[in-house]
Design a protein around this ligand. Sequence first.
Ligand code: HEM
Ligand code: SF4
Length: 570
Amino acid sequence: MPDTNIAPPSKNEGIKLRSRALRGSILEGLGQGWTGALADDDTQLTKFHGIYQQDDRDLRAERGRKRMEPALSFMARLRIPGGRVTGEQWLQLDAIARERANGTIRLTTRQTIQYHGIIKGNLQPAIAAVNDALLDTIAACGDVNRNVIATSNPHESPAHAAALDMARTLSDGLLPKSRAWHEIWLGEELVAGGEPEHEPLFGTTYLPRKFKIAIAVPPQNDVDVYAHDLGLIAAVEDGITVGYDVVVGGGMGMTHGEPDTFPRTGDTIGFCTPDQALAVADAVVRVQRDNGNRAVRKHARLKYTIERMGLDAFKREVEGHLGYALPPARGATFAGTGDRLGWHESADGTWHYGLFIENGRVHDLPTRRLMAGLRAIANIHRGELVMTANQNLVIAGVAPDDKAGIVAALAQHGLDGGASPLRQRAMACVALPTCGLALAESERYMPDLVTALDAVMAEAGLSGDEVVLRMTGCPNGCARPYMAEIALVGRGPGRYHLYLGGAFDGTRLNKLYRRDVDHAGVLAALSPLLHGWAAGRHPGEHFGEWVIRAGHVAATLAGNQFHADVADAA
Ligand code: HEM
Ligand code: SF4
C-alpha cells in the first residue's frame, strides 16, 4: 500500500534489518557483568526470543534518587501452542520459577506462562532449562506470529483434539527459521561465518508488528476468537472438524487520546479445510508482511492494514497467494467465553478439573498454596495440564485411578474452594510493578475490586450470576478488556476509564461509559446499574445486553466505530 510505506521506516525496522536474523549483540551483552541491562537495540531483539527487559517500578523512584541503576530483571514468556504441558514438564517449569525467577509462574491470557524477575546472569540457564523441558521461548514476543492458542481441553471431543493439533501445526509452520535463539541461549555453534540464514516467510525485517492466532470450537469462545489477527472457528459435522471459518483483523490495543488507534473485532472472510489452514495462515501473514504499516508502529497491526485496504481488497490478495477463492463461511454461534471450572467427565472416560487461578498468578498464599499444590498434583497426574486463555489451568485427562489422589491434593492445598462467579470470570493483566507500560494497577487491584463488587452483587441478589469483568493497567489491552461486559482501562495512578456492554459470548466490543473514575467512582457507577439489571432484565439476559437495551450505552459495531468513543475520551 503506497500511502504508508512512503514514510521512513520506524526505528525498529532498522534494528531488525541490521540484526543478522535476530542476533544483534545480545550474546556480548549477556557477558557484561557490570550492568544488569542489555543494549537498547538488543532489548527490542530479545522480544523475538520471548524476553523483555523490565525494572521494578515500585523501586524506580527510590533507586533514581540514589542514582542507582533501576532494579532490572527480565520477563521470559514461553511458546506453548494450545497451552498443553505434561505433569513432568510442569515440575520442570516450577523448578525454573523457584531457582531462576521470582518464585511465581504467571499464566497468561494467551495460554502460556511467563516468568518474572530473572536477573541477567540467570537468563541463559533459565532458557536452557526451558529447552530441557522440551519447550522454548521462540517468537513468544516480537514482530512475528506469537503463541497460537486453541480451545483448552483436547479431551472434550475429537474436534477439540484437532484444534490443539492445528495450533501446533500453525505454530511450527510460521516459526522464524533463524538459529539465533539456539546460539544465544543454548550455546549452539554459530552457523558458518555467522551469516544470517534465509527467512523465506519473514525476510530480513520480519512482520510490521505482532501477529496472533486463535482457534475456537463452538459453542465455546474461550479463546476470544474475534480479538486476534487471525481466528479459525471449527465447523464440526458428526463430531469431526470438516474445516474452519476464517476470521481476520481482530486486535485490542489502542492509545488514549489517539482516535486513529482502536480495538477491532475480526471479520469472517470464508472457509478452509483443515488441510488448507496452514496455507491460509501463511497467505494472511504474507499480505500483512507486504502491506502493513512499517513507518508508524501504532498503526502496524493487521486490523489497520484491513481498514486501510478494505476487506474485499485484502481478501483478494490473500486469495491471490492461495491461488483460489475461499468458499463462504459456514457461520457459528457461541454461548460464552468462559472455561469449564471444577470436575467434569468427557466421553473418552477421563476426568478433568478446571482450576481457578486468580489473574493467572501461581504462587503460595497462606490459604491457597498453588505452587505447592500443583507440584503435588503434577507428581500424581499422568495426563496433561492445559493453560486456558482465561488464565486458568485444566488438569486434563485424569485417569479414574488418579482422581482420588488429585481430589486430596486439591483439598490439602486449599485449592478446592469456590470463588464467586464474578471472580471466576475476572481477568487482569500484569501491569505494576513489572510492566513498563502500566499507567495504573491491575493484577494487584483486581482482587479488592471484585470483593467490593461481589458485595454489590449480593445486595442486588446477583451472587449466582456471571458477568465478564476485565481490567488492564493501560490501553494496550493485554487482558482483552474491550470484549468484556465491564472493563476498567488504566489512565493514571488509581484512575480508569470504565467501559460497558461487551457481549457475553465475545462477539461485540464494549463502549466507554465513564472517564477517569477511581475505586469509589467505579462502585458508584456500577451499583445502580447492577441493581437495575437485577430488577429489569429479561430471563437469561446478560449484563452486557441489558446496559444496551436500557440505553446506558449504545450498541457498538466492529472496527473504527470505536473512534468516536476514544476521541471523546481523550
Ligand atoms: C500495543 C499493544 C501491546 C503492548 C505494547 C503490550 C506489551 C506487553 C508487555 C510489556 C507485557 C509484559 C507485562 C509483564 O509481564 O510484566 C505484556 C503482557 C501480555 N500481553 Fe501485551 N501488549 C500489547 C497488547 C496485547 C494484546 C492486545 C494482548 C492479547 C489480546 C496481549 C497479550 C498479553 C499477554 C497474554 C501478556 C501476559 C500477561 C497477561 O496475561 O496479562 N498484549 N504485554
Ligand atoms: S495492558 Fe498495558 S499495563 Fe497491562 S500488561 Fe499490557 S502493556 Fe502492561
